[in-house]
Write a protein that binds this ligand. Structure first.
Ligand code: ADP
Ligand code: MG
Length: 557
């Protein structure tokens, strides 16, 4: 029998998996069970679209079988199975989602952590097994095949016998080492615990034979052993469960399980909406920007289910761009399963859900801002920019949704403040919301133009992000107060005794000489009412401030 080599990328990953010093080996079971569940999903889906097939619920399950004596653990499913070609293709090459992990591995130093939190798919079997066999029979095929591998040195495929359609994964569990106890994975109670922890919401029953004891018939103190098959998972998807039954850890586990991010989510939301359109959703606000967030590859969207069956992995229409960082799933019984992508966009129910979700996220962020300020500031550090882009885009159409979520550094408070907080501190006579734009807080602190405004006792918002001034211009006003750059011509502050005109006359010759020397560097030199202790400042009289001009000039044309 010919031995085939793994494709190069798969081989490297396998290498990492096999050789990792690794504490979280137990996730192999989660990966194998989720593959089994996917395989049953695929059969289920076939029966949905083909009227000649029926889905007999009881015929579909996952079974975990233990043979302690021979150190064998089997994961059996009644899913769609694999043809010979599929075996070769799927298990000889790393799957797509797996390769994403792999890429990520290259950007982080400690690759093992990744395996710790995230799946590496099928290959995770090698975390606990020194030999893995897959016996499978594909739906619609009368031949069965056996794939076998002892790790990096390759795999074999041969024909074999199998009665029913589906797949059996057979693991030869490693021997114990000095530091690690692999017997754990041959212990039914340990396995039950792992299944409960990671796979409780799998929609098909995960069964296992449990050894139990009971009193012998008629006896009061004599026990006998017996075996009982138990369905271990509750099968209720996490989003259908009652919030009260779930812990933060459950939600975090689901976040990891779904590969939503490498961070811990800063907030989760669990929605059960029972209105005009019914839906359940679990949404996460991540703490950190995903590494690919600002690349073309990043795709916003939520997983979309219709009554428990996956319709789409990333439904972008469910999230506005400015909340594109939100992760999660939506399940609605009011959506049709056979809905196509194009129809989806125009679907009334879906639009309703999208709007509802947008409002919920907004509310959640507002609550966080109000009640958990520290957390909000961490969030804002990661995604504030996104919110500001939201205000700027669509010609300010999202202003109402976002303006109360914005924060800027304040000259007075020396920390981030909201626009509402700014307004509430404004002295009666102050007409405008003042801001100053610059590269950094330190730079703005030294801007001559800020002095006169600060001296009046007015607070200044510091704009250090490219998008800030553009966003604010789009807003124009906040609660009827206009924004005003400290560099603008009319500051709305009472002028000093000396008029600009007399000043200009007195210094005419000096200004002309200065302009001569500076020549092309400035348009003109004139007297300013905006200076206090600083001798000069730069100013412009166009519509754009100097900072905005800088940004526009730096953009590729
Ligand atoms: P992923 O599940 O992310 O695609 P995996 O490495 O877990 O990646 O699995 C690779 C592929 O192998 C799957 O996409 C699937 O096509 C196939 N596969 C794995 N396990 C099974 C199974 N139990 N039944 C049918 N196909 C399977
Ligand atoms: Mg998988």
């Amino acid at each position: 029998m010919e031995k085939k080599q793994f494709k190069a990328e798969s081989k490297r990953l396998l290498d990492i998996v096999v050789n990792s010093i690794y504490t979280n080996r137990e996730i192999f079971l989660r990966e194998l069970i989720s593959n089994a569940s996917d395989a049953i999903d695929k059969i289920y889906y076939k029966t949905l679209v083909d009227d000649s097939l029926v889905f007999e619920k009881d015929n579909y399950y996952i079974k975990v079988v233990l043979d302690k004596k021979n150190r064998v653990l089997k994961i059996i499913d009644t899913g769609i199975g694999m043809t010979k070609e599929e075996l070769d293709e799927n298990l000889g090459t790393i799957a797509k989602s797996g390769s994403l992990q792999f890429k990520k591995e290259n950007t982080l130093k400690d690759g093992y952590d990744i395996i710790g939190q995230f799946g590496v798919g099928f290959y995770s079997a090698f975390l606990v097994a020194d030999k893995v066999a897959v016996i499978t029979k594909a739906f619609g095929s009368d031949k069965a095949y056996k794939w076998e591998s002892q790790g990096v040195d390759g795999y074999t495929i041969e024909e074999c016998e199998k009665d029913s359609v589906g797949t059996e994964i057979i693991l030869n569990i490693k021997d114990n080492t000095e530091d690690e106890n692999f017997d754990d994975y041959l212990d039914e109670y340990r396995l039950r615990y792992i299944i409960k922890k990671y796979s409780d919401f799998i929609r098909y029953p995960i069964k296992m034979d449990m050894n139990r004891k009971r009193l012998k018939d008629g006896s009061e103190n004599e026990y006998e052993d017996y075996i009982e098959e138990e369905t271990i998972n509750s099968m209720v998807p996490i989003w259908r469960k009652n919030k009260n039954e779930l812990t933060d850890e459950d939600y975090n586990n689901f976040y990891f399980e779904k590969h939503y991010g490498f961070d811990k989510p800063i907030k989760h939301m669990h929605l059960s909406i029972d209105g005009a359109v019914r839906y359940n959703a679990i949404l996460y606000i991540p703490e950190k920007i995903p590494y690919d967030f600002y690349t073309k590859e990043y795709e916003k969207g939520l997983e979309l289910y219709s009554n428990g069956v996956l319709i789409m992995n990333k439904c972008g229409d469910l999230l506005p761009d400015y909340f594109g960082f939100v992760k999660g799933i939506v399940d609605s019984e009011d959506l049709s399963l056979n809905i196509s992508r194009e129809i989806l966009q125009h679907d009334r129910q879906l639009r309703f859900i999208a709007k509802n979700i947008k409002n919920k996220i907004k509310k959640e962020l507002e609550n966080m801002l109000k009640n958990e300020r520290d957390k909000y500031e961490i969030f804002y550090k990661s995604f504030g920019r996104q919110l500001k882009y939201g205000v700027y885009s669509d010609f300010g159409a999202n202003k109402e949704d976002l303006q109360d979520l914005l924060m800027f550094y304040s000259s007075k408070e020396k920390k981030m403040v909201t626009l509402d907080e700014y307004i509430s501190r404004m002295p009666q006579e102050q007409k405008y919301i003042y801001y100053a734009a610059g590269e950094s807080i330190e730079r703005i602190d030294k801007l001559p133009q800020t002095e006169i405004v600060s001296d009046k006792g007015y607070e200044i918002l510091y704009f250090t992000d490219d998008v800030d001034e553009f966003a604010i211009r789009m807003m124009m006003k906040y609660k009827d107060k206009e924004f005003k750059s400290v560099s603008s011509g009319d500051l709305g502050i009472e002028s000093e005794e000396k008029t600009q005109e007399s000043d200009e006359k007195e210094n005419k010759e000096l200004f002309e000489a200065m302009k001569d020397i500076l020549s092309e560097k400035v348009k003109y030199v004139k007297s300013s009412k905006r200076l206090k202790t600083h001798p000069v400042c730069l100013s412009n009289d166009g519509d754009l401030t100097i900072e905005m001009e800088k940004i526009l000039n730096s953009m590729p044309t």
